[in-house]
Write a protein that binds this ligand. Structure first.
Ligand code: NAD
Ligand code: DAU
Length: 354
């Protein structure tokens, strides 16, 4: 019986993961969503399941050591899926410290709580014995590997070479997770996923931002030449991959997750404009992101061959459903893009692109 702590469950991937687990996993008895509700956390993503008896929301900060320990005491988790993070590269460029405290220190606080609650002899620093069936999943990113040239793919043994404060903070967290495995024997996995898209993604990221602007007939701000490449994966395929790691992943292993779906940004922007019947004249090339990684692409051979996971969505199906989701949820879009979002947008892109 799984008793799961999901951190960051009010965000994009975390809320999709909670839905996925409640819909697909009878072995899950309880899911506790622990989330600070930063600008990126939105309980509207979860209104349809808020009365599900297996689901509980607790507002809190992963950096708050006492609160996290009390949470473990109260709910007795056997599984942690750690999504909570500052996740946007552009914000990390203007506010790096927040990324380091949330993503690195927050991870270490969770690891300590898991270790102390799961270790059979917590006072014995040499003991490596844990309660049976416990598992900690660190949801990391392909960005920790840095940028690729025109060829090649990231494998689990590619050296970490992060280029933004965001990816450096995620790489730092991965190193702490690794150290807790090596030093204490904690049963952990690290998953490193490529770019996700799908419902409930905050419109600061490429796909929802472009859909939102196109719907409103506003300029679509493409960084530099727009020929940067990302390897897109539907969020539900990511959720299924995390479940595969929970079920069958070997403790201590890293698993890359990707959909073999490389696309240039400009191609995605054009596709969105076509789908919404909007003119390409809306494309506005703006100044490039500092330190912009040119290309990411994942070799997913380890997770597909070892754990039997593979993506179910084609990009054509996934992007069509995603665009449809934003069109069908105008109230969601209106709520997340009012207030603070407008200030962020003006500061980021300038009034001329508003
Ligand atoms: P998101 O920004 O949509 O959501 C992050 C969530 O974490 C929000 O609900 C926020 O309120 C919460 N949070 C932030 N700081 C917190 C704190 N101190 N304590 C508790 N909760 C806090 O992010 P996302 O896109 O859903 O990404 C989730 C995870 O997946 C992140 O760890 C990210 O690095 C990783 N990831 C994301 C992608 C992607 O394409 N979005 C790809 C690979 C990996
Ligand atoms: O690769 C996984 C990562 O993907 C995750 O770890 C991050 O949390 C997630 O934010 C994402 O990072 P990216 O920087 O790749 O995603 P973003 O949506 O911000 O940008 C995707 C590409 O689009 C990137 O090349 C920058 C470009 N872009 C983005 C925005 C927001 C633009 O050209 N214009 C924009 O306005």
């Amino acid at each position: 019986m799984k008793n799961v702590l999901v951190t960051g469950g009010a965000g994009f991937i975390g809320s999709n993961f909670i839905h996925y687990v409640l819909e697909n996993r009878d072995d899950v008895r309880q899911v506790v969503n622990y989330d600070l509700l930063t600008y990126a956390g939105n309980l509207e993503n979860l209104t349809d399941i808020e009365k599900d008896p297996r689901y509980t929301f607790v507002r809190g900060d992963i950096r708050d050591r006492e609160a996290v320990r009390a949470l473990f005491d109260e709910y007795g988790f056997d599984t942690v899926v750690h999504f909570a993070a500052e996740s946007h590269v552009d914000r990390s460029i203007v506010e790096p410290e927040l990324f380091l405290t949330t993503n690195v220190v927050g991870t270490q606080v969770l690891l300590d709580a898991a270790k102390d609650h799961w270790k059979l002899a917590p006072e014995d620093k040499y003991s490596r014995e844990y309660r049976p069936g416990v598992r900690y999943i660190q949801v990391s990113t392909d960005e920790v590997y840095g940028a690729l040239g025109k060829t090649g793919l990231f494998t689990e043994t590619t050296p970490l070479s992060p280029n933004s404060p965001y990816s450096a903070s995620k790489a730092g967290a991965d190193m702490v997770v690794r150290a807790y495995r090596e030093t204490y024997g904690l049963p952990v996995n690290i998953t490193r996923c490529s770019n996700n898209y799908g419902p409930c993604q905050f419109p600061e990221k490429l796909i929802p931002l472009m859909i939102h602007n196109a719907m409103d007939g506003k300029p679509l701000p493409v960084y530099g030449d727009g020929m940067q490449i990302r390897d897109w994966l539907h969020v539900k395929d990511h959720c299924a991959a995390i479940c595969a790691v929970l079920d069958k992943g070997r403790p201590g292993e890293v698993y890359n997750i990707g959909g073999n779906n490389e696309r240039a940004n400009l191609d995605i922007v054009r596709l969105i404009l076509r789908a919404l019947d909007k003119p390409e004249s809306l494309i506005a090339h703006v100044q490039d992101r500092p330190g912009h990684d040119r290309r990411y692409a994942i070799n997913n051979g380890k997770i597909t061959s070892e754990l039997g996971w593979k993506p179910a969505y084609t990009f054509e199906q996934g992007i069509e459903e995603t665009i449809r989701w934003y069109l069908d949820h105008p109230a969601w879009v209106e709520h997340v893009t009012s207030g603070a979002y407008r200030d962020y947008y003006d500061a980021m892109y300038g009034a001329e692109n508003a």
